[in-house]
Design a protein around this ligand. Structure first.
Ligand code: SF4
Ligand code: SF4
Length: 336
């Protein structure tokens, strides 16, 4: 079954960066310590912030992120706190190194999914992007997590450094036993984006034609092997309505310096619409991302137009060739 996943109005998704430190230095890392802080949250703060999203009120899902969240010795306690507070699902996103014996300190009953990141089908490609030894560490981490009974997913961030290798992923995924494959699009976010992308260029992003030619095909191939596949919509069909998740969904991107964003594309700027003050979640006044969500433009997503206008092409009548979907809008293929 192939479908576009509509934004849920009845769920709360908390993307919780409990620290920003990491053992890797991936070339496309979006963590920006200037904007997100360099601190690691203490266990009581994590608990208070988790509680602030009223997890019993709506179906709430938390995704623990970093940096590398398993570097945080308080992660097992945070997982248990999330469960006690009533979170419906708990996910840990990891680069695969699985520090602090995390697999021995949490159980498959507490953690719904451990999600791994890999950016190549072979070590050479992946390690060029994510660092030497990271391919091997990730595959070993997946094997250990599966042996311990955890459900696993894998995130592959597509850029022109690894698009050609995407078609080799379904075979690797089947071998490793991954149940859910997330294909992600590289965003111009994080400190590297400024450095590597002189104004008006986007050398690491793939052209629309290449994305549309390769990604849906590989997604179908992975699904044919029994794997659930999710990938961003990116380009809206001419008759498809545009919706901004900032207006219709409850996604919160929480950083250890207390900033809380509703839109991931805003994370490089002090545009967060919410923040934690004395462990209370409060709205920020003034110009924030919330002011942008209501803007209706021909190109679709307003933040995409502001931060990466170079990937918008026009047709001969100066209309945008594609409207850009909200980055949170996904396509999903569930194997028959
Ligand atoms: S593993 Fe994640 S947090 Fe660490 S450097 Fe890579 S992208 Fe950044
Ligand atoms: S990516 Fe664009 S459409 Fe989606 S929440 Fe952000 S501003 Fe709104």
């Amino acid at each position: 079954m192939h479908r576009t996943v509509a934004f849920s109005r009845s769920a709360v998704n908390v993307f919780f960066h409990i620290l920003t430190a990491c053992n890797l230095k991936c070339r496309h890392c979006y963590i920006n310590p200037e904007q997100h802080g360099k601190n690691s949250l203490d266990p009581a703060t994590i608990r208070n912030w988790l509680a602030a999203f009223n997890p019993r009120h709506k179906k709430a899902n938390v995704i623990f992120l970093g940096g590398e969240p398993t570097l945080h010795p308080g992660l097992p306690g945070a997982v248990r706190d999330a469960r006690r507070l009533g979170y419906h699902s708990v996910t840990i996103d990891t680069n695969g190194y699985l520090f602090n014996d995390i697999l021995e300190k949490v159980t498959p009953g507490q953690v719904d999914v451990i999600s791994f990141s890999l950016d190549g089908a072979v070590a050479e490609t992946n390690d060029r992007i994510r660092g030497k030894g990271s391919f091997k560490a990730c595959l070993e981490g997946i094997a250990r997590a599966r042996a311990a009974g955890f459900s696993t997913s894998l995130i592959y961030t597509v850029s022109n450094l690894n698009l050609d290798e995407l078609s080799r992923m379904p075979e690797l995924l089947e071998k490793t036993g991954i149940e859910h494959f997330f294909i992600q699009v590289i965003g111009l976010r994080g400190p590297w984006a400024e450095k590597d992308h002189p104004a008006g260029t986007a050398p690491r992003q793939v052209a629309a034609s290449r994305w549309l030619e390769v990604v849906p095909r590989v997604a179908r191939q992975a699904a044919a092997r029994g794997i659930i596949v999710t990938y961003p919509k990116v380009y809206l069909e001419p008759d498809e309505p545009f919706e901004c998740a900032g207006l219709v969904a409850e996604n919160y991107f929480v950083f250890p310096n207390g900033r809380v964003y509703r839109c991931p594309l805003c994370e490089d700027y002090p545009l967060h619409s919410l923040e934690f003050a004395d462990d209370r979640l409060v709205a920020r006044p003034g110009i924030t991302e919330a002011r942008l969500f209501n803007l209706s433009i021909a190109e679709g997503c307003v933040m995409n137009k502001l931060i990466q206008p170079q990937n918008l092409a026009c047709n001969g009548r100066e209309n945008p060739r594609h409207r850009i979907a909200c980055c949170m809008l996904k396509e999903e293929i569930i194997p028959d």
